[in-house]
Design a protein around this ligand. Sequence first.
Ligand SMILES: [Zn+2]
Ligand SMILES: [Zn+2]
Length: 179
Amino acid sequence: MFPPPSHLQNLVLPLKVDASKDDDTEFVGALVCPCGCNEFILLYAGGAIGKGKTKSLGYAEVDGENFYIVKARCTRCDAEHLIFDDDFHGWNGYVCAPVDGNRNRRRPDLEPWECAECSCLVHKATVWIIGDTKEFYLKENEGILNEVNWFEAFGSFIMSIECVTCGLRRGGWAEVETM
Ligand SMILES: [Zn+2]
Ligand SMILES: [Zn+2]
């Protein structure tokens, strides 16, 4: 299994995959707050693709700049966790953004995601991280990646969600390539 990036390590509970299908370039885990709760209000930068029940996250354009940010606010303890930010995570965020200066951009306000069926704001979530092999990252290290942090430069972030009220499931609710 691909190691989860450091900012998610205390937020994801690895889901058991069939050993024959286990792949060291993929991670899948349920989103769980350190307090033990797995129900969240999901916050995003406002960008979306599609409509109604097929609406999913997209890049938000704010003052001509693009942002892809997902946070999860725990419904039990109110802690707000950063789940994905294009300027900090994955290949572009970890390897390129510090050089490009994108991390210093003014961050847009976030809004809560509403279930398209029942308007509920509370969801459970599953996170997939897809990367390449450790050997790949140590070779393509850009002077930044090493034995300790290579998995921070993962290639794709995917999140599926399920409404806790009506059960509407959205596979691939968030799906972004970071390279
Ligand atoms: Zn919590
Ligand atoms: Zn619902």
